[in-house]
Design a binder for this molecule. Structure first.
Ligand code: PRX
Length: 619
């Protein structure tokens, strides 16, 4: 039985309906070795087959042990014989500029860049930081790392130089690839300056900054131009033969402490999971024009702009710019111009575009769309319904995909062809055992809220946190040997899961996880602040916004100017996406007797709700 809210959508290419989903799901859970082994064999190229599909010791696991592959072989080489002329990316930006690149051209450029990296001395296992805007060269740089076995660490280009240098130091990264600028809402933003500052600040001796994008910039001593250096390099370079469990990349994400966590993903399992979830969730077809609006600085870009789509030989739109700049119809124009068939974006973008009214999307031909998706935060029912009716014209399946940087790929979603429910991410993906439990790991009854955990392993589960064993183990300590997601969820009688938000101190602002502790440490580094608490409160568009409570040094008076200064300071030190909406100046922060800030008391105050148990409150 499906709920009354179910909306019936078009059947997917792979013919998943509830009956088939249930059958395949059951098989995948009962015999994961067979399920994943058969898929890995059928869907990917391996230089050498694995000895065992997976091995699990406690919470630690290894996938496709003994297998040898390279993700770029699966993303590029194997498509060349009869698909080299297919467009891999159509790049466009807010200036309306456009570039297209075929699989063959992309392959050639990746080879050249790989050769350059080798010439610079980059070796297998070295960490290369990529701090770049959403341009084709960013994808090329990332793939070039993977081709030669270097580990890429992509840092979102909105981060400040301090955030960039912290991540470079933590990863011990000695190479940095950047561009001289990006555009943000019509303004040229200088990225090279940030990169130079970060390199200076980094505790690791940075060997080379490689610069891309056409540039009149004068290069400094340890900098080279990608364009110039690769122009004389010719030829092919074999993809490095990688062990399935070799690291492919690290990606920093916010934790509950102020320290960002370097999530490690490995070659074999990640290749398979990114490939197969792209294929099934987006119901990939030969002539699709696919557009994921995420930034490659985050995991969504890694899995669903770069690796998944390329592995599936898809044509993707790559866009550098904001959703509503220069006008609120910019995105609808792009869908119409390129005839996009799949569109994958965030609830924040959906709500923002919804707030401009229906006339903008209605003024464009969106009939090419077949499937629309959402990721990053809960897609509330009203936004779901608008998205379905206005953008999906009542005919498109909606895939609301729940997952995390740590999971590497989609974990819960409603596959196209299955009944969909507004506000629900849906059903667990094949091989995924998702449970809603209490603090002791006991399963909650349907309809009751609880912690979302994942039992068992899957190919693209994080393998480690870079140089931080304790952080990695932390995922499995709350409920013994189960992966603790940190999200609160509820399951209904059909097994559909609704995600309600975070249970910890990570604030999802416009889908970006931002740690309260990290913002607090930035705010308290301001000369006028002694102590601070950062909380997330609901926002109609962004899901959550950050409010900071700050205690000032005795000699300083609070003022509106000081509030503005602190907000600007966070933008400068952390990155604009972490700026608080407001700073409240207070004499004291609510604390427990052991001195821990009780953020929930502040949250309750902001939301005019009951703060719950405050027996441990000191003041
Ligand atoms: O709280 C969940 C939310 O985003 C968190 C993961 O953030 P991050 O690692 O940055 O990855 C974002 C892109 C996958 C989750 O713990 N989240 C992600 N997708 C959804 C979601 N919340 C509700 N519904 C979703 N579809």
């Amino acid at each position: 039985m499906v709920s009354k809210l179910a909306v019936f959508c078009s059947k997917g290419e792979y013919g998943f309906n509830t009956k088939k989903y249930n059958r395949v799901y059951k098989e995948s859970i009962e015999n994961p070795g067979k399920y994943w082994g058969e898929l890995a064999e059928k869907e990917l190229f391996w230089f050498k087959k694995w000895d065992s599909v997976y091995e699990k010791k406690g919470f630690k696991c290894r996938w496709f042990e003994g297998g040898k592959t390279n993700i770029t072989f699966n993303c590029l080489d194997r498509h060349l014989a009869d698909g080299g002329d297919k467009i891999a990316y159509i790049w466009t930006n807010e200036q309306g500029e456009e570039r297209k690149i075929t699989y063959k051209e992309l392959f050639e450029k990746v080879c050249k860049t790989s050769l350059l990296f080798k010439k610079l001395g980059v070796r297998k296992g070295d960490i290369v930081t990529v701090y770049m805007p959403q341009i084709i060269e960013q994808v090329i740089s990332i793939l070039a790392c993977a081709r030669i076995g270097a580990i890429h660490s992509v840092v979102y280009a909105g981060f400040s130089y301090q955030a960039l240098s912290t991540r470079m130091t933590s990863a011990d990264s000695r190479y940095l690839i950047t561009a001289d600028f990006t555009y943000r809402r019509g303004k040229k933003v200088d990225l090279l300056e940030v990169a130079r500052e970060a390199a200076k600040e980094s505790k690791t001796a940075v060997k080379k900054i490689v610069l891309v994008r056409e540039s009149t910039t004068k290069l400094q001593e340890n900098e080279i131009s990608l364009e110039k250096e690769t122009s004389s390099l010719n030829g092919f370079i074999d993809a490095q033969v990688m062990d399935a469990e070799d690291p492919l990349f690290i990606l920093y994400t916010s934790g509950t402490t102020g320290k960002p966590k370097g999530i490690v993903h490995t070659v074999g399992g990640y290749s398979l999971y990114a490939h197969i979830t792209t294929k099934y969730t987006f119901d990939v077809r030969k002539d699709d024009v696919y557009w994921c609006t995420a930034d490659n600085g985050w995991i969504t870009g890694h899995s669903y702009i770069i690796y998944g789509p390329l592995s599936n030989h898809m044509t993707s739109i790559l866009y550098e710019g904001a959703p509503d700049y220069p006008t609120p119809e910019t995105w609808w124009k792009i869908i119409e111009k390129y005839g996009a068939t799949i569109f994958y974006t965030s609830p924040t973008a959906i709500r923002m575009l919804m707030s401009y009214g229906d006339k903008y999307p209605k003024g464009h031909n969106l009939t090419t769309l077949r499937l629309i998706g959402s990721v990053g935060e809960p897609l509330n029912s009203s936004a779901w319904l608008w998205y379905h009716k206005i953008i999906g014209q009542g005919k498109c399946s909606i895939v609301d995909t729940w997952w995390q940087t740590e999971t590497g790929g989609h974990m819960i979603t409603t596959l196209p062809g299955l009944d969909q429910k507004p506000g629900y991410a849906g059903l667990p993906y094949f091989g995924i055992v998702a449970k809603v439990v209490d603090r002791n790991g006991k399963e909650k009854k349907n309809g009751e809220k609880g912690n979302l955990i994942i039992n068992g392993s899957w190919p693209s589960v994080l393998r480690d946190c870079w140089h931080d064993k304790k952080c990695f183990e932390g995922y499995y300590q709350k409920i013994k040997d189960c992966y603790f997601t940190g999200d609160i969820a509820v399951k209904d009688n059909d097994g559909y899961i609704r995600i309600l938000g975070r249970s910890d101190d990570v604030i999802q602002v416009a889908g970006h996880g931002i740690s309260s502790a990290e913002i607090e440490s930035v705010v308290t580094s301001h000369k006028s602040v002694v102590e601070a608490a950062a909380i997330g409160v609901p926002d109609a568009i962004k899901g959550y916004k950050i409010i900071v409570y700050a205690v000032l040094v005795k000699s300083v008076q609070s003022s509106e100017d000081l509030e503005k200064e602190i907000i600007g300071y966070v933008g400068k030190v952390y990155g604009k996406h972490g700026r608080p909406e407001r700073v409240e100046f207070v004499d004291k922060l609510p604390k427990t007797r052991s001195g821990k800030i009780m953020r929930r008391v502040l949250k309750a105050e902001e939301e005019k709700k009951n703060p719950g148990d405050i027996s441990t409150l000191e003041n």
